[in-house]
Design a protein. Structure first.
Length: 406
């Protein structure tokens, strides 16, 4: 709140003797020619507890929940998918691979779910494309069931405007960032805690998994971690705040309003007095191609401006060129006085499926991993880690702490 005051009013108050803060505010309000209130960004918070949850469908965002279910403060008692996805009856590990921190459950058919069983929440992933392919409105069907059986919904998509939500008969949460309702003040938080960013050179590198593992390692080393997530599942992990900028983004700010919103979230995290604040970005950091607007990481740039990182971990892929990585490093170190302190090699690489002319991720071979690590260490003269190896992950976490301790 800003008050436009007559000249010398503060001096006049001082001359009349000491007054408490409340009295001073009253005098300022009474004598101000105008009072302007500035609003904070409007964002969502999780207002209900989860004890036992199920998930649907079994897609990319849910894979991380399955991998790290032991890190959650609630139980996931079932993973469900559509019969058209071809995953019914398979185990979690057979789909997401090793390094599972949770139970290796079977994927079940959503059409056979017992809605009277003892789960209280359904974690509803992105179903827009699945619904279009199957000709079935899964979102509407699940909301209807939750209303009948009194189940909570944690939706990764913004469902606030769904026609079945408005009567307040279903308890739900979805992440979003709305525009401030009034003017914003032209001031930014200057973050006083060490800020570590985890960014990448492309999509689907496992950046979020790396962040969760690092958070766990920092905690094991005795450090209190503040964390701004960009995945819509972030609050399920106990992450402090979320800026949901990924697929089906629910960030409705643009440009400087987004920078302001991110910075405001970082400031709210700093008030909790963590030892270190971490954030993660989505997809790539600089353009690799210029053939379409989808290749321009504008939202990522806004995130970086708002977070004001002191140091970065840059996730790279085996197929990345040295020149592209070098350009990315230059960009990151040029926005603010920041330092890329390590490269983290993704355990995944692209493979072209000629039958449908599309790319799919697969695990890199040990031979490619070793060759890439040697190549990048020689090219950049900095630590390069294969974070899929626990010993190297632990060393990466220790290296981050050492950097901020020196």
């Amino acid at each position: 709140m800003i008050r436009i005051l007559p000249k010398n009013l503060i001096a006049q108050i001082q001359q009349k003797g000491k007054k408490n803060l409340s009295e001073v505010k009253d005098i300022l309000d009474q004598n101000a020619t105008s009072v302007v209130s500035f609003s904070a960004p409007q964002y969502s918070s999780l207002a209900f507890k989860i004890k036992n949850a199920i998930t649907f469908p079994f897609n990319k965002e849910i894979h991380s929940l399955a991998r790290f279910s032991d890190y959650l403060d609630f139980n996931i008692i079932g993973f469900y998918d559509s019969k058209y996805a071809g995953q019914i009856g398979r185990t979690v590990m057979s789909i997401i691979g090793n390094n599972l921190h949770g139970n290796d459950l079977l994927i079940q058919n959503i059409d056979t779910i017992d809605w009277e069983s003892n789960f209280d929440t359904i974690i509803l992933g992105h179903v827009t494309e699945l619904s279009q392919v199957c000709g079935k409105d899964y979102e509407t069907e699940i909301i209807k069931k939750c209303k009948v059986y009194n189940k909570q919904i944690y939706s990764l998509r913004d469902i606030r405007t769904h026609e079945l939500i408005g009567d307040n008969k279903v308890k739900f949460y979805c992440p979003y960032i709305d525009q401030p309702t009034g003017p914003i003040i032209n001031k930014m938080y200057s973050i006083g805690k060490p800020v570590l960013g985890v960014v990448g050179t492309s999509s689907r590198q496992g950046k979020f998994s790396l962040q969760i593992e690092l958070k766990h390692e920092f905690k094991a080393l005795g450090y209190n971690v503040g964390y701004l997530g960009t995945e819509p599942t972030s609050l399920l992990y106990g992450i402090d705040a979320v800026f949901p900028m990924g697929y089906e983004s629910a960030v409705y700010t643009k440009g400087l309003s987004s920078v302001y919103a991110v910075n405001h979230l970082m400031g709210s995290i700093e008030k909790k007095q963590p030892d270190i604040i971490m954030f993660g970005s989505q997809s790539h950091t600089i353009p690799k191609y210029t053939g379409g607007l989808q290749h321009y990481p504008v939202v990522q740039h806004e995130l970086l401006l708002g977070c004001q990182a002191d140091a970065y971990i840059l996730c790279i892929s085996a197929e990345d060129s040295v020149e592209y990585i070098r350009r990315t490093i230059s960009y990151l170190e040029g926005i603010y006085p920041s330092k890329v302190i390590a490269l983290a090699l993704s355990p995944l690489e692209n493979t072209l499926r000629w039958s449908v002319l599309s790319h799919k991720k697969k695990l890199i071979s040990k031979e490619v991993e070793i060759m890439t690590l040697e190549k990048m260490r020689e090219a950049f003269n900095m630590p390069v880690y294969s974070w899929n190896d626990y010993n190297q992950l632990k060393e990466l976490a220790e290296n981050c702490i050492s950097y901020f301790s020196d």
